[in-house]
Every structure is written in C-alpha cells, then in structure tokens.
Write a protein that binds this ligand. Structure first.
Ligand code: SAH
Length: 342
C-alpha cells in the first residue's frame, strides 16, 4: 500500500487524482502532513468526510512512536528512541546551538558498514528507512519539543548513501516550500565514503553539506577502523570530494574521530594536512566515544589540541567538536544498543 507521507507534491497530486479527487485536495493534504504535522485523517477538517474515510481505509499512514526520551541537564540536548511500525527501534537527537536547533536522524535501522568503533555497526543492517520514517523523526521532535527545527544532520544510525533514493526523497520533501522548508544549506549528510554515492550526490547539485568520515590519514590505518576502506582508497574519496566541490561550490567536512595512541600523533596531523592542503574543506576533530563492546580510549585533550594546532599551522580549517549531552550517553547508536540489550 502506498505510503502517502513518502510522496513529493507531484506524486501526491497523481495519487489524489487517481482517487478521482480535485488536485487542490493534494495541496491541502500535503499541508496537513508536512506543515501542520497532523497525521490523523480525522483531524483534517478541510477535507470532505468521504475522502477522509477513503484515505483512512486505503492509505494508512506510517508512524513512529516515542518509547524513550532523555533530556540532558548540561545543555539542550534531547535524545529519542522511536519505535517503527514493525517494532524496529531507531534513535534521533536534537541539539541546541546558537544558530538554531539541529536534529540528527537515522537513515537505516542498523548499518552494514561495520566501523570498528561504532555502536550502530554491532548488530548489522536490519533495513532501510523510508523517506517518511526519516521525516517523522524531524517532525515528531519538532512537535514534541515545540522547538522549530532549522538544521538536519544525517549522522545517526545508518549509511545514508546505502539508502540513496530514500535519502534524496526525504531531502526534497524537507526542503519543499509547502513543507518545513528547511533549506538544503542547513542539511548535512555524512558518509563513510561510498564513492559512487558522493558522485551521484554531487550531480544532483543540492546545496547540502557533505561530510566524510575519514578518521585516518592512510589507507592502512583506515582499513583497521573501517572495512569500507577495503573498497575505496582515500585518494578515490578525495577525488570524488573534489568533484563534489567543483559541481556545488560547497566545502566538504572531514570527520576525524580521535582514538588515543592510534591516529592522534603529530605525525598523523602532518600527514592529514598534506592530504587536505589547498582543498575547500573543514576538519572536525571528534574525541572518539568509547563503547563497552570495544577496547579503545579517547585521545587526551592536550593531544587533540596539539593535533588541531598542527592542522591550523598548515592552513587547514579545523574545529574540535564540542561534546553535547555527555550525561545522556548521546552518541552514535549507544542508546538503541542498550535498548536492544534490555
Ligand atoms: N554512516 C555515516 C553516518 C553515520 S555515523 C558515516 O559513516 O559518516 C556519523 C559519524 O559518527 C561518523 O563520522 C562516524 O564515524 C562517527 N562515529 C560513530 N561511532 C563513533 C564513536 N563511537 N565515537 C566517535 N565517532 C563515532
């Protein structure tokens, strides 16, 4: 059965026309679904009763249900566990910044990329999320918290380019004027480096920000953290990033999780600088978040600072990611994981 919440306005038009209804009904329906954030046909009081009855019968809407919410006492971070229609559990986070409220969403239930340090990789991939299920994370969080969502980062569980078409549909609806109208500029998509995905994404010329999970300055080191590095070399990824920059004019973000004694030396910083020198990019240093299933530690703050200053000296833009929600275990699939353990 068609999932009306995953349709863009054009597709909704034809679905409604096929039901023998006038086109403007599609516009009204889209407004309820993506702007008013009402998903109970019964409440859509500008639609004829007969149509509402037909919709309820023929087009049950997908939903996600809050099963847990953690609120940080340190900052505005809130973490949510949502249950999908088929009982799968996903997690999403809202973070408050000066520039607005940013929601981090999951793009898949589980993930098949197998990164060593990542909690979401431990159970493997369960399934892709539908566009509607990505939208509902943003929509529900805005509704529950009453905070207007201005930014979205696709950095939760899952590899977005492993679910490419649904990701793009999600972004299209999120951007739509009749929807929440969150501009592409305010959307960041993070990938472990699927090269074809990066190129396809570049070809769409969206104004979104691309973030690459790099985490190491050599292929050898990267392979030990990320199995995907067996498929794509750093040079292939950088080539695809240059293509993205050429197509979109947008700078690329490189995420670099710092693991104590592994990828955090001065030499590594110099190697990373050499890789990225002259590129329109930005490096985000992230103190790695230990997970109980693995045995590695976060780099010491002094070491991170030293690493940062070397990049800076070499004219590579760099920031250290601030830790948010430290009191609510708010990183990278850990909450979903602990729910599964229970
Ligand atoms: N699959 C995508 C997006 C999801 S992961 C990707 O790989 O980019 C989002 C980011 O969190 C990635 O940079 C990932 O490498 C990082 N990450 C995952 N687990 C982490 C951990 N325990 N500590 C620090 N960063 C982590």
């Amino acid at each position: 059965m068609a999932d009306l919440l995953s349709l863009n306005i054009k597709e909704l038009n034809s679905a409604i026309e096929q039901m023998g209804e006038k086109k403007f009904r599609a516009k009204q329906l889209y407004d309820w679904l993506h702007n008013k954030l009402v998903w109970d046909y019964g409440e859509m009081n500008n639609l004829p009763k007969e149509l509402r009855r037909k919709l309820s019968k023929e087009y049950p809407l997908p939903y996600i249900e809050e099963v847990q919410r953690l609120q940080s006492k340190l900052d505005g971070t809130n973490k949510f566990l949502f249950k999908l229609k088929d009982d799968n559990i996903i997690e999403s986070v809202i973070m408050q910044y000066k520039h607005g409220n940013s929601v981090c969403i999951s793009s898949q239930a589980g993930c098949r990329m197998g990164c060593y340090f990542c909690a979401s990789a431990l159970g493997g991939l369960v399934r892709n999320l539908e566009p509607s299920e990505m939208l509902l994370q943003v929509y529900n969080i805005q509704r529950i918290t009453g905070k207007r969502v201005s930014h979205v980062v696709v950095m939760g569980t899952g590899e977005p380019f492993d679910n490419f078409d649904n990701l793009l549909k999600f972004m299209e609806i999120l951007n739509s004027e009749q929807g929440l109208n969150i501009s592409g500029r305010n959307v960041t998509v993070s990938t472990c480096g699927l090269v074809e995905g990066i190129r396809k994404f570049a070809d769409r010329k969206l104004s979104a920000t691309l973030a690459i999970s790099l985490h190491a300055p050599t292929d050898d080191m990267r392979r030990r953290l990320m199995p995907v590095a067996n498929r794509y070399s750093i040079e292939d990824i950088l080539e695809a990033c240059r293509y993205f920059i050429e197509k979109t004019g947008r700078r690329v973000t490189f995420e670099y999780s710092m693991v104590q004694g592994y990828n955090d030396s001065e030499e590594h910083a110099k190697m990373l600088s050499d890789l990225l020198k002259g590129m329109l990019c930005h490096v985000n240093l992230i103190p790695v978040n230990p997970i109980k299933e693995r045995d590695y530690k976060q780099s010491e703050p002094e070491r991170i600072e030293r690493f940062r200053s070397i990049l800076e000296k070499n004219h590579v833009n760099v920031t250290v990611r601030r830790t948010l929600g430290a009191d609510i275990n708010s990183s990278c699939g850990q909450l979903r994981r602990s729910y599964a353990d229970r």
